[in-house]
Design a protein around this ligand. Structure first.
Ligand SMILES: O=C(O)CCC(=O)C1=CC=C[C@@H](O)[C@@H]1C(=O)O
Ligand SMILES: [Mg+2]
Length: 371
């Protein structure tokens, strides 16, 4: 397969409600949409999930735009592609920048699945027709959070994720657990604690949380291992796992008992699948993390979550959770706590190209020199 054209769209949409963490409040969500077209005219779509500032990881929309236009896109015109797994062999000629690489690599996966006339879930070896839905409830007063959780539970979500930090943890979580004793609650700290807080974190152990996500700093694999030894609650790593080797090291030293896999954070779908397989071999259950994404990346998350070791509900919520109008259709709908996997070819959703162009802040097209 030869790539004939690549189109890049820097788009931005307002979230239906601001997304608060102790690090940042996201109101507007920019991202980069990629359309990759082959010699037969079939197109695959990708989405770069980097934020507008480096608060979550070091990448931003602007760093990704630069890496794509100056390095990654020119590189993919130079080869004939026989398998999407080979794309990262080329892109890894350059260091890091996982979200920029992933946005382009997944578009080529979508293209290959469409050429094979297969749904992406089937193309990557998925085993289920529906995936479990989980949702994040943003930071607010405990009363308002309890009201929102009640709504989300009535909508059928199987797992509720809340954000914590030292100033907002035990009391808030205890109120939530008392109000919803039978609902799985995940607490995501986004590295708000250090090992100095170990007694405070151990105090959370008594609450019966499903897991504590990323309590310590992203590069603290060893300290997470020391913490996990002191806790019965599973530690889940998110920001710490930005490569296959990170996952291998974390498992080897016992830094966590579960992982959130995000295609953008780990540098592409090939890496996400490899980390899934490694965790399965080591009895580490995984779930698909979210990135406040638009419909293209959400479609990839749904396909990824069909792999066998995605046994825990991920951040897979309805389109309406974040968007008044998404860039893809049909919308993702949660029914009885599940999302149906598309049986259409590739990512299984259509991209509203007119709307993408309408909300684009900048665009750029690249053509194969042989055209
Ligand atoms: O996309 C979703 O539904 C949840 C997203 C989410 O919780 C996060 C996205 C990006 C950074 C963080 O704030 C947080 C996470 O750490 O998982
Ligand atoms: Mg997280």
């Amino acid at each position: 397969m030869n790539i004939q054209k690549v189109e890049m769209f820097h788009v931005s949409m307002e979230l239906v409600q601001p997304f608060h963490t102790h690090l940042e409040t996201v109101k507007e969500r920019p991202c980069i949409i990629l359309k990759v077209t082959d010699e037969t005219g079939i197109s695959g779509w990708g989405e770069v999930v980097a934020f507008s500032s480096p608060w979550y990881t070091e990448e931003t929309v602007d760093t990704a735009w630069h890496m794509l236009e100056d390095y990654f896109i020119p590189a993919i015109f130079k080869k004939e592609w026989l398998d999407p797994r080979a794309v990262l062999d080329t892109l890894d000629s350059w260091k890091r920048n996982p979200m920029a690489k992933a946005g382009l690599e997944i578009a080529i996966w979508d293209l290959f699945a469409k050429r094979a006339k297969q749904p992406l879930a089937k193309y990557i070896g998925g085993v289920r027709e529906v995936v479990k839905a989980g949702v994040v409830v943003g930071v607010d007063t405990p009363e308002r959070m309890i009201h929102t959780i009640q709504t989300r539970v009535e909508e059928g979500y199987q797992r509720i994720k809340v954000k914590i930090e030292p100033a907002k943890d035990y009391k808030m979580l205890m109120k939530i657990k008392n109000a919803f004793p039978n609902v799985d609650i995940l607490a995501d700290a986004n590295s708000a604690y250090t090992l100095e807080d170990i007694e405070r974190i151990k105090n959370l152990d008594s609450l019966g949380l499903l897991m504590i996500e990323q309590p310590l700093a992203a590069d603290d694999l060893v300290e997470h291992a020391l913490l996990q030894k002191e806790l019965t609650t599973p530690v889940c790593l998110d920001e710490s796992i930005v490569s296959y080797q990170d996952a291998k090291n974390a498992i080897r030293i016992g830094s966590c008992k579960t992982m959130s896999i995000k295609i953008g954070r780990v540098g592409g779908l090939r890496n996400a699948i490899a980390i899934h397989d490694l965790c399965m071999e080591n009895d580490i259950p995984v779930w698909c993390g979210g990135m406040l994404e638009m419909g293209i990346s959400r479609a990839f998350n749904i396909a990824l979550a069909t792999l066998p070791n995605f046994t825990l509900p991920g951040d897979i919520s309805s389109s309406d959770r974040y968007w008044k109008k998404d860039i893809t259709f049909p919308k993702v709908v949660v029914k009885n706590g599940e999302v149906k996997v598309s049986s259409n070819p590739g990512i299984g959703v259509e991209v509203d190209e007119e709307y993408v162009k309408k909300i684009s802040l900048r665009t750029r097209s690249f053509f194969s020199k042989t055209t």
